[in-house]
Design a protein around this ligand. Structure first.
Ligand SMILES: NC(=O)c1ccc[n+]([C@@H]2O[C@H](COP(=O)([O-])OP(=O)(O)OC[C@H]3O[C@@H](n4cnc5c(N)ncnc54)[C@H](O)[C@@H]3O)[C@@H](O)[C@H]2O)c1
Length: 261
């Protein structure tokens, strides 16, 4: 028995480390979760691990038919849809050289698809005074060399969150975002060869906490935003970035003493 008993969260992109932490946290609080991903193996394994309240549905979030099937499946299997947690995204990005097709793919996966899911689930969410959590990033607010598509799509998510909150408030649906800093995730795992310590060392100079986030720390914030404790929080984003966005270009080392060195 928990805070989210008999409530259902749909998690597109839920087959990742971050998605799995969110799914685990919802299950621990009594919710049903529907993991919707194109990664069939990881999604099926996760649903099996999480038990009878977890479901996996192979879903390409760019396909409207898949979105409708996802909404129908969640409603019929679980009885309601209370939360959408839009984790799915792509890091596809060739910076200044990105082609039109790459631009459209990145924006389709990272921005447009979550809106199509919102449209399909809106009436169910409205019935249940539901909540949507979108995924921004530290990349929503700063420029990163060689990267255009991802930061621009993540900046759009912050604005989208405001627009959605504005127009869904009349349905009693709250919409917020989380903006994580570097988080121990599949991409970090792959790029570092599974070396968390090295990943933390690289992240240390630009995160005040001196490390990457645990997926569970992001998940905690998602659950808070879905909970009644966040009942008056709407249209904003919470930066789960270990102080990344607080630091200026001087970093956390005192710069003035360098004048005297
Ligand atoms: N990893 C980080 O450090 C970090 C930092 C800031 C923000 N974020 C955000 O957190 C979220 C998760 O990040 P991650 O690093 O775990 O991402 P990831 O790329 O590892 O995972 C994305 C997931 O989305 C799924 N997906 C991709 N296209 C899909 C489609 N068309 N339909 C359905 N599913 C699809 C993938 O299969 C995968 O499971 C993303 O929104 C990302 O922008 C991550």
């Amino acid at each position: 028995m928990g805070e989210f008993n008999n409530k259902t969260a749909i998690i597109p992109g839920g087959a990742t480390k971050i998605g799995a932490a969110i799914a685990r946290a919802f299950i621990a609080q009594g919710a049903n979760v529907v993991i919707a991903d194109i990664d069939v193996t990881a999604g099926q394994n996760l649903a099996q691990e999480l038990g009878e309240n977890a479901f996996f549905l192979t879903t390409d979030i760019c396909q409207d038919d898949d979105i409708q099937t996802l909404v129908d499946f969640s409603t019929s299997k679980c009885g309601s849809i209370n939360f959408l947690v839009n984790v799915a995204s792509t890091y596809l990005d060739e910076g200044a050289e990105s082609t039109r097709a790459q631009w459209l793919d990145a924006l389709n996966i990272n921005v447009v698809s979550s809106v199509m899911l919102m449209q399909a689930a809106r009436s169910e969410l409205a019935k249940n005074q539901g909540a949507i959590v979108n995924f921004g990033s530290i990349s929503s607010r700063i420029a990163q060399t060689g990267r255009w598509l991802y930061p621009i799509s993540k900046a759009a998510i912050i604005q989208l969150t405001k627009s959605q909150a504005m127009d869904l408030a009349s349905d009693n649906i709250r919409v917020n975002a989380v903006s994580p800093g570097w988080t121990w995730s599949n991409i970090m795992d792959e790029l570092s060869g599974g070396d968390r310590k090295k990943t933390d060392q690289v992240a240390a100079p630009f995160h005040l906490q001196g490390r990457t986030a645990n997926p569970e720390e992001v998940a905690n914030t998602v659950l808070f935003l879905c909970s009644d404790k966040a009942s008056f929080i709407n249209g904003t984003d919470i930066r789960v970035d270990g102080g990344y966005s607080t630091m200026g270009p001087e970093g956390s080392e005192p710069a003035i003493p360098k004048l005297m060195a």
